[in-house]
Design a protein around this ligand. Structure first.
Ligand code: ZN
Ligand code: ZN
Length: 343
């Protein structure tokens, strides 16, 4: 029997760090061990959002896009894992004979309605219809820039993959008619074919409407290939959305040194609003060092205009930080949309 046909839900295991302090006593979830340090007043936050709604996007050159050749993805499995950036937090990971997507967003406008949505600034480097197949999808949390219902429906219709989601997110997918959903808690893992998926902490929040804040869990994900196909190499960490915190060091000590850390660098201004939920480029580097990662792939920039920094400022700031810390720039991948990194 094909290993991917086995229902993974019955095979979830707990890492020794497993705990439930991030389950809020009254229901829903909270960050742990970080306290909710800055919870800006709803009025101040609403004022910032209203200001953004009336801000017009300054003219800028579009983020470079490199088309992904579908034939390249349909060819034989690469000898070591390779990760393609599809824009924003969407990546395509080829590991063993699986094709795995993270936070697949392909829509031109994201948000609760087209009217209240945010427009995509780049072309997709490949369309869903051009993908040879998708075996597994990892979702980090329920925000619209990470959970795109139209893309999910299209992926399900074409490929019927396994969907791995943090606690509380399964009902959102099941309402869309998705069949094979596996919910996981932080510090849980399961073997799926020749890779292991690890659901790991992030410092963030959740919600798709006005009244569902933190009712579903947010997470980061680890992908570790089995020893047979990797000889212990090729581990990948996908951070989702996260502020800086001690979880990166905890993840390092659980998974071992990471080969490729996929880390967000955008949507970090203003700091009074973003600091506890999104790392800035300096903190992304700090996280990369905490993970003792071999390479970093910079994501969550250049695709949607979600915050106050200019659309192309995050990679420039990252470059300045790499130089000021005297780090080897060759270990940091700032790619065109559609570019790929080895793990
Ligand atoms: Zn988010
Ligand atoms: Zn995001």
């Amino acid at each position: 029997m094909n290993a991917l046909a086995i229902d993974p839900k019955n095979h979830i295991q707990n890492h020794r760090e497993y705990h439930t302090e991030h389950h809020a006593p009254g229901g829903g979830f909270r960050n742990f061990p970080e306290p909710e340090t800055s919870n800006p007043s709803p009025l101040k936050a609403a004022g910032w959002m209203l200001g953004r709604a009336f801000r017009s996007l300054q003219g800028f050159d579009p983020t470079p896009v490199q088309r992904i050749d579908p034939a390249e993805l349909a060819g034989p499995a690469p000898r070591s894992p390779r990760t393609y950036w599809l824009g924003h937090a969407s990546t395509l990971v080829r590991v063993g004979d699986q094709i795995i997507l993270t936070d697949p967003v392909f829509s031109k406008i994201i948000g609760p309605t087209r009217f209240a949505g945010v427009r995509r600034l780049t072309e997709n480097p490949i369309e869903i219809a051009e993908l040879p197949r998708v075996d597994s999808v990892l979702i980090s949390h329920d925000h619209y820039d990470h959970l795109d219902a139209d893309a999910i429906l299209e992926l399900e219709r074409r490929f019927r993959p396994w969907w791995f989601v943090p606690l509380g997110v399964a009902p959102i997918l099941e309402q869309l008619g998705i069949a094979r959903v596996c919910e996981m808690d932080w510090w849980q893992f399961l073997e799926h074919g020749d890779v292991t998926f690890h659901c790991l902490p992030a410092r963030h929040f959740s919600g798709r409407g006005l009244f569902d804040r933190n009712q579903t869990l947010w997470a980061s994900w680890g992908i570790t290939p089995s020893r047979e196909i990797s000889r212990g190499r090729g581990s990948i960490f996908f951070a989702g959305d996260t502020g800086y915190g001690p979880h990166f060091k905890q993840i390092r000590s659980t998974l071992g040194a990471i080969d490729l850390a996929i880390l967000p660098i955008g949507a970090y201004l203003p700091r009074w609003f973003m600091q506890t939920v999104h790392v800035d480029p300096a903190e992304a580097i700090e996280s990369f060092l905490d993970l003792e990662a071999g390479r970093m792939l910079a994501i969550h920039w250049g695709t949607f205009d979600l915050a106050d920094e200019a659309v192309h400022e995050p990679p420039r700031e990252l470059q300045r930080m790499i130089e000021s810390r005297g780090l080897d720039a060759g270990r940091f991948d700032v790619l065109p949309v559609g570019g790929s990194s080895p793990a």
